[in-house]
Design a protein around this ligand. Structure first.
Ligand code: NAG
Ligand code: NAG
Ligand code: NAG
Length: 615
């Protein structure tokens, strides 16, 4: 009897997604939200044109060669996917994810077919493992011996083999989860089984020693597989990737990030957040929250980015690290994923989406080249005086990424970012709709037969309109983030033209209204913006200038700058109420300022020596 009960319970649990601890809100799937015309959709269109252009046979070259299948006459790629590059085939998982995003958000069958064809070809590679001399389930563009070497700590070529396969696994998960492709599930679970077999043979100490080599988000992806399948096996494998040398100081809230390779760490923290959701062990939550707070407060620039030459520097030292190789793109992509998970566990605070908005607008939006039809990206975003996007000590020759000769990590995370720009605008629980970001879009909330149209030219203008359409009146709660940056007194919410009492609308909180919603009901927000400063955290006389959430930068054309110009704050004027153009005086000369996300094709300045007071 007892046995039977156990079996039934077990099969029930295995068939269901396990209940997650402290996950209070849910994202909408990408099919439920569409972007409307705006600066944002241009980024999406360019990324999609690239993922539909790329030659799939070339992307398969290294997988097929490694698994002893014909490469079908395809030309090998260059850059980080060249046949002799140590962690080749890290990029393909990003394409899988981006194709899945594209089909989900646009119903684009070319993207769907590319994803499913690619997975079917990967399945053939995996099926040939015995002939290739690899263990069952293995799948990569480099031989399995790289894993033996990373375990034995004898790897000499700079390879990061777990980093690369994490990307493949994450792409397979998305094709399974988003497109419902069961072949992707089968390939993924076989691959995860290979990871289990390989790591189950290692002692705790061997495993911890191996984790000294960058391994992406292995704890994250394996926990996600557990969350998708309900199978506890994957959580056990995930926890083998808990990196004690990084987790222990974070759990104790000690900032020991200085000198660590930044993008190696952030995926581990996302994994910690998810491991908390799956285990309820508060140590994981503390690790993720502490890491987020330290990074945002003590290691981030005004644009929400972190790192210099890919590394964390001492806490509170921003002014000393305003260099050409600041702000690696991947780090912010990963910080946004972390931010989103932490907010889902703590949805009453706006601090998470205040940060998300800052990093998304000021780093991610301008990371892509708006004049390139394939939307290539820059690895670093320079913050030195006179910096310029797409120039500087980037990898692979020092400019924008290219169609076939770059395949940097940031090119991959850039494709993901620009194909999921709508994924964090709205969230929900059963009875509540959250509006976290101000991006023109349409939400279809299927469970409630409700459509919400968000119309705004934010951040150029400060007004946002949300119009509800519904098949039948129903009662639910709308919660809208009132950002901490907006000025208290003038912030305003109107419902069907009637002003809500000022006491109910407080910057840095969620505005909440529960009512019986009817078609045509409109909520209008006014979030007044003013000029502000984000001082370097070690030197208040060095600061970036903001307008609302937007970091402004100076346009220096083709002139070089040897040091931060001295900006007379009192001289700043908005030129035109319908754009974010400003003028000011810096080091005795007139300078034009505009949104940093649009600082393309000229030398710019972000951090100034500031003088006087803002008008
Ligand atoms: C960095 O500065 C912040 C704000 O002043 C402070 O709370 C934090 O403790 C500092 N961090 C370190 C490690 O000094
Ligand atoms: C958020 O605040 C509301 C009250 O405004 C409360 O009912 C709810 O439990 C809080 N949620 C969490 C996750 O703390
Ligand atoms: C949504 O609309 C359908 C068809 O009009 C109706 O059957 C269903 O009950 C509605 N759902 C809700 C939550 O109102």
């Amino acid at each position: 009897m007892l046995f039977l009960k156990f079996v039934l319970l077990h099969s029930f649990v295995a068939a269901q997604h396990p209940k997650l601890v402290d996950v209070f809100t849910h994202p909408f799937d990408l099919a439920s939200v569409s972007l409307s015309d705006s600066r944002w959709i241009g980024n999406q269109n360019r990324a999609i044109s690239y993922i539909k252009f790329i030659d799939i046979e070339r992307l398969l070259y290294n997988f097929r060669a490694n698994h002893r299948l014909s490469t079908k006459g395809a030309t090998p790629n260059g850059g980080w996917d060249a046949p002799d590059f140590p962690f080749r085939t890290h990029m393909q998982g990003h394409f899988l994810t981006a194709w899945a995003h594209c089909y989900a958000s646009l119903g684009d069958t070319t993207c769907r077919d590319r994803a499913t064809y690619f997975v079917a070809e990967l399945a053939k590679c995996q099926a040939n493992n015995a002939a290739a001399g690899f263990g069952a389930g293995y799948l990569s563009g480099f031989p399995e011996s790289e894993f033996a070497a990373v375990e034995a700590r004898t790897l000499k070529n700079g390879n990061v083999p777990y980093y690369a396969i994490h990307k493949t696994m994450a792409g397979l998960l998305d094709v399974w989860h988003i497109l419902g492709d069961t072949k992707a599930r089968d390939v993924l679970l076989a691959f995860a089984g290979w990871v289990d077999t390989r790591t189950s043979k290692l002692s705790y100490n061997q495993m911890q020693s191996m984790l000294g080599t960058e391994f992406g988000g292995m704890n994250d992806i394996l926990t996600e597989i557990h969350q998708q399948t309900g199978d506890k096996r994957w959580l056990t494998v995930a926890q083998r990737f808990d990196h004690a040398a990084v987790f222990d100081p974070l759990a104790a809230n000690r900032d020991q990030l200085n000198g660590l390779h930044a993008n190696t760490q952030v995926p581990k923290w996302i994994g910690a957040a998810r491991e908390y959701q799956s285990t309820g062990n508060t140590r994981y939550r503390d690790i993720a929250r502490n890491a987020w707070r330290m990074t945002v407060q003590a290691h981030s620039y005004a644009i929400g980015a972190n790192s210099q030459a890919e590394h964390f520097r001492p806490p509170n030292a921003t002014s000393q690290y305003l260099a050409k190789d600041t702000a690696e793109g991947c780090n912010t992509y990963n910080m946004l994923k972390l931010t989103r998970e932490l907010w889902r566990m703590d949805p009453n605070t706006t601090q998470y989406f205040d940060f998300y908005e800052r990093a998304l607008i000021n780093h991610m939006l301008g990371w892509q080249n708006p004049s390139d039809k394939h939307g290539h990206i820059t690895y670093f975003t320079s913050l030195n005086p006179g910096g310029r996007r797409g120039v500087g000590p980037a990898w692979g020759g020092g400019t924008w990424s290219t169609d076939y000769n770059s395949f940097w990590c940031c090119q991959g995370t850039g494709l993901e970012t620009n194909t999921k720009l709508m994924d964090s605008i709205y969230f929900h629980d059963d009875d509540t709709l959250f509006v976290n970001l101000f991006i023109p879009s349409v939400l279809r909330w299927k469970e409630r037969n409700v459509t919400v149209q968000q119309t705004t030219s934010f951040p150029v203008q400060d007004t946002i309109s949300l119009v509800v359409q519904t098949q039948q009146e129903s009662s639910w709660e709308l919660r809208v983030r009132i950002p901490a940056w907006t000025s208290g007194a003038a912030v305003e919410v109107k419902i069907n033209g009637e002003k809500v009492a000022a006491g109910n609308v407080t910057p840095g909180t969620y505005f909440s209204v529960t009512r019986n919603w009817k078609s045509g009901d409109e909520v209008e927000l006014q979030l007044p913006m003013k000029l502000g400063l984000v001082p370097a955290n070690d030197k208040p006389e060095i600061a970036a200038v903001t307008y609302g959430p937007v970091v402004l930068s100076g346009n220096y054309g083709n002139s070089g700058l040897s040091s931060a110009p001295t900006l007379s704050l009192g001289s700043l004027r908005r030129v035109n109420p319908s754009s974010l153009e400003f003028t000011g005086t810096a080091s005795g000369k007139d300078v034009k300022l505009g949104p940093f996300f649009d600082a393309h094709g000229f030398n710019y300045n972000v951090y100034w020596a500031v003088n006087g007071k803002l008008p």
